[in-house]
Unconditional design. Structure first.
Length: 246
């Protein structure tokens, strides 16, 4: 009888010591999804653009990539030729919504940022959106500090060669934090973002604010929560990602 040697156990993950946070859907209830939907007028039925479609094809991606994926998902003919125009329409609608005050911070996210800051962890904010900084700047924590100023590294809106699910954005953030990728915790709400974290060998914390926990688990998030209050900060202090025990 041929005996096969046991498969070696995967090497344990190094202790986590830094955090990289996405903006839209993690820190802020921003109007990105609404802008994508309303800009569809003239291309497809906006009412057919559901949250599930947004999360699956547009969330977390660079604008042009999201535009093309959305038009294809909606069955729009000649999507390749129309994506640039649709992306511009979405951006114009987003800027109008931002001016109208349609951006709100998630209270649990502000508490989480403060708690991680108090641990002494360096933090980076990383989003493909070129609007992220403008949306974060007016938001204040309980201490009065701007949300934008809580991060020692900011790589929002960079023109990179590849968007999520490629890990380029997160690897850039880790490099600027001067922390090994394996020791970084990425906080994301989009499956593409979790896939990018996994591709970069980072721990992925999925925030399922839209009833999409299954999608985040399918993307191989290390932990999925519906609120960042569910994350055990004492475990983070020991370099581990755990859920609060009841």
């Amino acid at each position: 009888m041929i005996r096969h040697s046991a498969q070696p156990e995967p090497a344990p993950r190094p202790a986590l010591c830094a955090a990289i946070l996405d903006v839209d859907g993690v820190l802020l209830a921003s109007p990105h999804e609404r802008a994508w939907r309303e800009a569809l007028e003239g291309y497809a039925d906006p009412a057919a653009f559901t949250t599930a479609i947004y999360q699956a094809v547009a969330a977390g991606k660079p604008r042009l990539d999201g535009a093309l994926a959305t038009l294809k998902a909606m069955g729009v003919a000649q999507a390749d030729q129309k994506a640039g125009e649709y992306a511009k329409a979405k951006q114009a609608r987003l800027e109008a919504l931002i001016r109208a005050g349609a951006v709100k911070a998630f209270p649990d996210a502000l508490r989480f940022v403060q708690a991680v800051h108090d641990l002494g962890w360096p933090m980076a904010v990383a989003s493909s959106s070129k609007n992220a900084n403008a949306m974060m700047a007016p938001i204040r924590l309980a201490s009065g500090v701007s949300l934008l100023d809580m991060f020692s590294v900011n790589v929002c809106g960079f023109d990179l060669r590849r968007g999520k699910p490629d890990p380029e954005l997160f690897l850039l953030a880790a490099a600027r934090l001067h922390i090994a990728a394996e020791q970084c915790l990425v906080v994301e709400d989009a499956p593409a973002g979790i896939e990018a974290a996994c591709a970069g060998r980072m721990a992925g914390l999925g925030v399922a604010r839209l009833g999409d926990a299954a999608l985040l688990r399918a993307a191989h998030a290390d932990l999925v929560v519906t609120s960042l209050d569910e994350v055990a900060v004492d475990a983070l202090a020991a370099g581990q990602l755990r859920r609060v025990t009841q």
